[in-house]
Design a protein around this ligand. Structure first.
Ligand SMILES: Cc1cc2nc3c(=O)[nH]c(=O)nc-3n(C[C@H](O)[C@H](O)[C@H](O)COP(=O)(O)OP(=O)(O)OC[C@H]3O[C@@H](n4cnc5c(N)ncnc54)[C@H](O)[C@@H]3O)c2cc1C
Ligand code: FES
Length: 363
């Protein structure tokens, strides 16, 4: 009992001390004006010290991937701080390998600007733009997934690679937040952007996107993401998705057949029941025009009364069943972490190396 009481007092004192230090830093610390120099002075700006590096960059229209909206939980906002920035913080360590720490990588959302900073930011990220758009259509794909299309206003064109994502700005209770959504439209469409959004109950951005009506304004940044399709027409593509992991796959498949009508593509899509199926008719239509497009939907958890004569079981079983080992291939996976792990193991057995497998894990 005495032990529990002492522990309670200790926790309360530490909490009060932490709050005091945070308030003191916020209201008393004055770091003055700090200069931020990017890529050996290619871009230089000055800001009031004290805020996060991620916000400082965003205020200066430099948009770094920040899928969790700066909460320090996605590890996407890595960039190299060549001088300034202080020690790596405990909140950054889970997301940085030893090699990345040695290369001066840091999480921009965790680093406070307190002194002059020298940064290295890849050129591709310096070209990311903020887009103003308006909703051109919104329709239900399933009971919890909507397809939302934005028509671009300013700038009115976007260039992106299949598999890249946009970060939508959504109003939240404590201010605006960014959230990542993969672009589902093909790369040959440059005046609009299409997303597939699953509603997360209580979720800030997914609720906002589900409630949008035609004509509503939407702001987003992009494009972000590292996926690169092989330009070799002989290289086969394997796409495996589950749930809203459909979005980048749809972009890849339609972009591919727009450019290379003969190319071989294997598309595997995992659903629970028949009410989770979407885009199947559209893909069957595409398959009728492109015989090298191999399409498999698999249902893992059918409810009583549901009928289905396609693949049954988890999607990695269909990948194992239909894919022969041996050909020159690249694989793109998007969906829940367990699905990605199971499919990756099968792809290794079929002879693909890690360098040939690209993935985005999200539930
Ligand atoms: C690279 C990338 C691409 C993405 N692409 C897509 C996409 O194409 N379509 C899409 O719908 N989403 C996509 N996401 C997920 C998306 O970015 C958001 O995380 C998701 O929409 C939830 O945001 P929210 O603001 O609605 O929820 P939040 O307000 O962030 O969360 C509300 C609550 O829900 C919980 N939560 C958050 N996400 C989930 C989840 N998936 N399942 C269960 N609980 C959850 C949170 O922990 C919190 O408690 C992608 C994520 C990444 C990193
Ligand atoms: S923005 Fe997600 S960890 Fe920094």
């Amino acid at each position: 009992m005495i032990y529990l009481h002492s522990l309670g007092v200790f926790t309360a004192v530490v909490t009060l001390l932490t709050i005091f230090l945070l308030l003191a830093e916020k209201y008393l610390a004055d770091y003055g004006i700090c200069e931020v120099s990017i890529n050996s002075g290619e871009r230089i700006f000055e800001i009031d010290g004290g805020g996060t590096l991620l916000s400082a960059l965003s205020e200066n229209e430099i948009f770094i991937p920040s899928a969790c909206g700066g909460k320090g939980t996605c590890g996407y906002c890595k960039l190299a701080i060549l001088s300034g920035g202080g020690q790596v913080l405990p909140t950054e360590r889970p997301y940085l390998s030893r090699r990345e720490i040695r290369s001066n990588l840091r999480l921009a959302c965790q680093v406070k600007v307190k002194e002059e900073l020298e940064l290295h930011i890849p050129e591709e990220l310096l070209n990311v733009k903020l887009y103003k758009s308006e909703v051109s259509s919104s329709r239900d794909l399933t009971y919890d997934i909507k397809e939302v299309c934005f028509s671009l206003l300013e700038p009115n064109q976007i260039t992106f690679r299949s598999g890249q994502y946009a970060q939508v700005l959504a109003p939240g209770p404590d201010g605006e937040v960014f959230r990542a959504y993969s672009i589902s439209s093909p790369i040959n469409v440059s005046d609009s952007v299409e997303l597939n959004v699953r509603l997360i109950p209580g979720g800030i951005a997914s609720t906002y996107l589900h409630k949008l009506k035609v004509g509503d304004p939407v702001t987003f940044t992009g494009p972000f993401g590292e996926w690169r399709l092989s330009e070799d027409p002989e290289s086969e593509l394997i796409c495996v998705g589950g749930g809203v992991g459909m979005a980048p796959m749809k972009s890849i498949v339609y972009s591919l057949y727009h450019r290379w009508p003969q190319r071989v593509c294997w598309f595997f899509f995992g659903c629970r029941g028949t009410d989770d199926i979407f885009y199947l008719d559209e893909f069957r239509e595409l398959q009728a025009k492109h015989p090298n497009f191999h399409l498999y939907y698999a249902l893992s958890d059918m409810k009583r009364g549901q009928e289905w004569d396609g693949e049954k079981g988890f999607i990695h079983l269909a990948v194992d069943k239909y894919l022969e080992p041996g050909t020159k291939r690249q694989a793109f996976l998007c969906g829940p972490p367990l699905m990605i792990e199971a499919v990756t193991a099968i792809l290794h057995e079929k002879g693909l190396s890690n360098a040939e497998i690209f993935y985005d894990k999200f539930d």
